[in-house]
Design a protein around this ligand. Structure first.
Ligand code: GMT
Length: 375
């Protein structure tokens, strides 16, 4: 098949999932065309069957605001027309599904292109609900040939929030468990925890929804019982406040801010417990990455997180903001090595058995196939 993929190319779960999907589809023999405004972050080496089309944004004095949605629609028309795409798969509804619909309308007499929209999170739970966007999102979902959601939670939210005509198909996020696995990390551990302290870890884009400050309060509780370090990976709006809080609480030397990092499997392998303290999370890809590296997760009972982590098996789930309980769960794992090992094995097994690339990518393939058979 010839498949176009539209996504946000920089940091963020939806772009990561879209890019990994494209790479996996290309490896399975499909021709994949990425259409976006910058090179997708994970598309960092040559691979057969993958093409990248950059959306140029014309500057014109009259346009006080960039017209990205229109520029994207124009680029999609161009790629569909000349590369003869069968499927256009857009990730994150705003504005991608709307641009996809527009392109499809422009080409309606010339192509049988099928439009697939994958919903990732705040396109449905937050920004998509703004009165300005709601009718556009609803319309573009109703006009898509298929809509998928990354968790049951998100599918349910879409149904209730947008009263969509058709069902959303749940296709969970996935991970290459051959790449994300526990590996030798004595070097990293030695640098972060030279006195063999336990290591807590959090990876995110430091947006307010991630509640990074909660991870620092959890560390403060843990430090009352045993020596530990907290490693914070990523960057974003709440980083400066997190640094300030660590200083104010007097635990600055126990917190390591690594900034944005690419070597996630190695870094995650150094962790004893992964913390996911979010107040909104349709899936929680970062938790899955940790689990695949055998790291038990302590997380909030929010959105799609309980579909990823099994409470009291591969990690623990607590109420949003319940610092004491999350610290208690963390300490439980840190002070019971046999329990930790069992949870670590369960976490890895859950990632391999339920969320491996080889299990999930065929779900997208058969969806595409089914759409192409309907005429
Ligand atoms: O929806 C967002 O805030 C952005 C999106 C992204 O691009 O990072 O994140 C969502 O998609 C990820 C991949 O499907 C999910 O793992 C995240 O849980 C989800 N974020 C939220 O729901 C806040």
């Amino acid at each position: 098949m010839k498949i176009g993929i539209v996504c946000y190319p920089t940091y963020g779960g939806s772009g990561v999932v879209a890019t990994e999907l494209g790479i996996a589809l290309a490896k399975r023999g499909h021709e994949v065309h990425f259409i976006t405004y910058a090179q997708p972050m994970r598309l960092d080496r040559f691979q057969d069957n993958i093409f990248y089309h950059e959306v140029e944004q014309p500057n014109y004095p009259l346009f006080e605001f960039q017209l990205y949605s229109l520029a994207l629609a124009g680029k999609i028309v161009d790629v569909v027309r000349y590369e003869h795409l069968d499927i256009l798969h857009v990730h994150y509804a705003i504005p991608h599904a709307i641009s996809g619909y527009l392109a499809k309308q422009i080409l309606k007499d010339k192509t049988t292109l099928k439009l697939v929209t994958t919903l990732h999170g705040t396109d449905i739970t937050l920004i998509g609900l703004e009165p300005t966007f709601l009718p556009l999102v609803k319309f573009s979902l109703d006009q898509s040939d298929a809509v998928t959601a990354v968790s049951r939670f998100l599918a349910e939210k879409t149904k209730t929030g947008f009263m969509t005509k058709s069902e959303q198909i749940v296709i969970p996020n996935f991970i290459d468990t051959n790449v994300y696995h526990r590996m030798e990390c004595t070097n990293i551990r030695g640098q972060i925890a030279p006195n063999k302290e336990k290591i807590l870890m959090h990876v995110s884009n430091f947006r307010p929804v991630k509640r990074v400050l909660d991870t620092i309060y959890i560390l403060q509780e843990v430090l009352k019982i045993l020596p530990a370090k907290l490693v914070l990976v990523g960057d974003g709006p709440d980083r400066a406040e997190a640094e300030r809080l660590a200083r104010d609480l007097g635990i600055w030397e126990h917190v390591k801010f690594l900034g944005k990092q690419n070597a996630l499997p190695e870094i995650l392998s150094a962790a004893d417990v992964f913390l996911l303290t979010s107040q909104s999370e349709s899936f929680g890809l970062a938790a899955l990455e940790a689990m695949s590296c055998g790291v038990p997760v302590v997380a909030t009972n929010i959105g799609g997180i309980p579909e990823v982590i099994t409470h009291d098996e591969s990690g623990f789930i607590a109420e949003l903001g319940d610092i004491k309980r999350m610290a208690k769960y963390t300490l439980d794992l840190l002070t019971h090595p046999r329990k930790w090992q069992e949870f670590s094995n369960n976490a890895r097994k859950r990632a391999v058995d339920h969320f491996d690339t080889q299990l999930i990518v065929p779900m997208y393939e058969s969806l595409y196939q089914k759409l192409l058979e309907v005429e």
